[in-house]
Write a protein that binds this ligand. Structure first.
Ligand code: NAD
Length: 338
C-alpha cells in the first residue's frame, strides 16, 4: 500500500523501513507536518501515517479524503490531534498504537523525579566547569514520601510499582480503579485529597475536555507547599501560566515536564539558532527548579520498534480488509471522555 509518512525524522525512517521489510508497503517519507497546507503531498496515497503534532482536523481530513486517502495510521497512542467525527463522516479509518512501551514513559517520569530532587542536571554542569560545591543541591529521601498518581492506566501503574520500590506511599485518582494499583497498596482518593496529601504529583491521564487544565490556579492552591509536579502525559493538562505563578510563590518547588501546552511550535525541532517567541516557555526555563525534556519519554529502542511494527501491521490489516484491533471508532473518543 502507498503510505505518505508525515513528520519524518531519521529514526522514523530507520525503524519503519526495518518493520516494513516483510510487508513491502511503499513508504514515502515527508519531513513536514500534516496540516491543511501540506495535505496536498498525500495526493493519491490511500494511507497517511502521522505523529503527535500532525494536525488531522476536519478541513485537512476533507482534503485528504478528496485526494483518495482512506486510512489515517497514527504512530502514537494519543489521538487528540485527529477529528474522529470528521473521519467517520468521511468514511476514513483511523488506527493507532495503543501501547508500545509503558515502561519507557514510566521510567522517564521517574528520571525526572530523581533529577529534580537530587539536581543531577545542575550537578553535571557544575562538575564539568570545575565547580565541586554541593551548596544548593540538597535533596530529600523519596522513602516515606507520598506520591499522587492521576491516571492509573498502563503508565501510571508502572510509575506506582517503581515508586513503591523506593518506599513511597501511593495515592491514586482515576475515573476507573485499577486492581493492580490497589494491590500495590495505593489508596484511591478524591482529587482534592490527593492534592492535599501528596509530596509528588504525577499526571498519567489522557488529554480530554475533562482533563484540560486539570492543574490550574485552584488545584495548585489545594496542594502542599513545596510540591513536586510531574507531567509526562499531555501539555494542556497543566495551565502553564498558573504553574508559573505557583513556582514564583514557592508553592511548586519542583516542576518536571516532558510535554508543554504549546509544544507543537517547539518540540522535535532544532531551534538552537532561532529566536524563540514563546514568552511563557522562556519564563519557564528561567526557573532553576524546572526541568523540561522535549517529548522524549517514549523514546526508547523498544518503544520505537514496537510503534513501527504495530503501525505496519495496522496498515497491512487495513489493506487486506481484516478487522484491526487498533482501530479507533468514533464512539471510543466519547468513551474516553468520561
Ligand atoms: P491508559 O489509557 O492505559 O491510561 C490512562 C488512564 O487515565 C486510564 O486509567 C483512564 O481511566 C484514566 N483517565 C481517563 N480520564 C480520566 C480523568 N478525567 N481523570 C483521571 N483519570 C482519567 O494510557 P497510558 O498508556 O497509561 O498513557 C497515559 C498518557 O500518557 C496518554 O494519554 C498520553 O497522553 C501520555 N503519553 C505520553 C508519552 C510521552 O512520550 N510523553 C508517550 C505515551 C503516552
Amino acid at each position: 500500500m502507498k503510505v505518505a509518512v508525515f513528520s519524518t525524522k531519521a529514526y522514523d525512517r530507520q525503524f519503519l523501513e526495518a518493520a516494513n521489510e516483510q510487508n513491502k508497503h511503499e513508504l514515502v517519507f515527508f519531513e513536514p507536518r500534516l496540516d491543511r497546507d501540506t495535505a496536498i503531498l498525500a495526493a493519491g496515497f490511500p494511507a497517511v501515517c502521522v505523529f503527535v503534532h500532525d494536525r488531522a482536523d476536519a478541513p485537512t481530513l476533507e482534503l485528504l479524503a478528496s485526494q483518495g486517502t482512506r486510512l489515517i495510521a497514527l504512530r502514537c497512542a494519543g489521538f487528540n490531534n485527529v477529528d474522529l467525527k470528521a473521519a467517520a463522516e468521511l468514511g476514513m479509518t483511523v488506527v493507532r498504537v495503543p501501547a508500545y512501551s509503558p515502561y519507557a514513559v514510566a521510567e522517564h517520569t521517574v528520571g525526572l523525579i530523581l533529577s529534580l530532587n537530587r539536581k543531577i542536571h545542575r550537578a553535571y554542569s557544575r562538575v564539568r566547569e570545575g565547580n565541586f560545591s554541593i551548596e544548593g543541591l540538597l535533596g530529600f529521601d523519596l522513602n516515606g514520601r507520598t506520591v499522587g498518581i492521576i491516571g492509573t492506566g498502563k503508565i501510571g501503574q508502572i510509575v506506582g510499582q517503581i515508586m513503591k520500590g523506593f518506599g513511597c506511599h501511593l495515592q491514586a485518582y482515576d475515573v476507573y480503579r485499577n486492581p493492580e494499583v490497589e494491590n500495590l497498596g495505593a489508596k484511591y482518593v478524591e482529587l482534592s485529597e490527593l492534592f492535599a496529601n501528596s509530596d509528588i504529583i504525577t499526571l498519567h491521564c489522557p488529554l480530554t475536555p475533562q482533563t484540560h487544565h486539570l492543574i490550574d490556579t485552584q488545584s495548585i492552591q489545594q496542594m502542599k507547599p513545596g510540591i513536586m509536579l510531574i507531567n509526562t502525559s499531555r501539555g494542556a493538562l497543566i495551565d502553564t501560566t498558573a504553574a508559573i505563578e505557583g513556582l514564583k510563590s514557592g508553592k511548586i518547588k519542583y516542576l518536571g515536564i516532558d510535554v508543554y501546552e504549546q509544544e507543537s511550535d517547539l518540540f522535535f525541532e532544532d531551534l538552537s539558532d532561532e529566536i524563540i517567541h514563546d514568552d511563557v516557555f522562556q519564563r519557564l526555563i528561567t526557573f532553576p527548579n524546572v526541568l523540561i525534556t522535549g517529548h522524549q519519554a517514549f523514546f526508547t529502542e523498544e518503544a520505537v520498534r514496537n510503534i513501527s511494527e504495530t503501525t505496519i501491521a495496522n496498515i497491512t490489516d487495513f489493506e487486506q480488509g481484516r478487522p484491526c484491533q487498533n482501530e479507533i471508532a468514533a464512539q471510543q473518543k466519547v468513551a474516553t471522555k468520561v
